[in-house]
Design a protein around this ligand. Sequence first.
Ligand SMILES: [Zn+2]
Length: 214
Amino acid sequence: MKKDTVFWDVDTQFDFMRPEGKLYVAGAEEIIEKVRQVRKFALENGFSVIADIDWHSTDDNEISETPDFKQTFPPHCMAGSAGGERVGYLGELPIEYVEIDPMAEDAVRKLIDKDQFHIVVRKRSVDVFENPNTDMLVHLVSPKAVVVFGVALDFCVYYVLRGLAKHADIKLSLLKDAVKGLQTRPEQDVFNELEHMGVEITEFSDIKRHLQCG
Ligand SMILES: [Zn+2]
């Protein structure tokens, strides 16, 4: 990998991002343009991107026809469905996948053993670190810094940062102008908790300036 900083794109899928999606995060369509800018900046400047996406089947624990919207949710981002597609600019770099079943270390190594990669990690729950391959992926990539953006702040974004924070020596930044929450609690509370965990709460323009200088 050429650069020490990786961009981490969380659940920016049709069902979350668009008002007509199956589990719309209110206001998420307002950040689609920012998400495009962040991805474009990353990909055009040689940075690698790791995205995670929901990839559900009807027997997943969180999928319910009578959801409580805390632990269970209506069917969304079903494997292979249009609602599970990521929205907006995805660049030219071939996208490769980390599957849900355990992968051999060599197979994961092969995905990242290049100057720049764009990887999508599939997951069946709100916590991408429940995919048995995610910790290995982070360990093998061993980035110095990870810049996180996407939805939903109070669920999957939170779990990405919590999981990354368990890996020592990664500087974590969250782009507050490229996230949206489901508002199960105030966004500021989530930001405060994340800051407490050592996450820098920042904006795209600041990260961009910083990376262009460095
Ligand atoms: Zn889900």
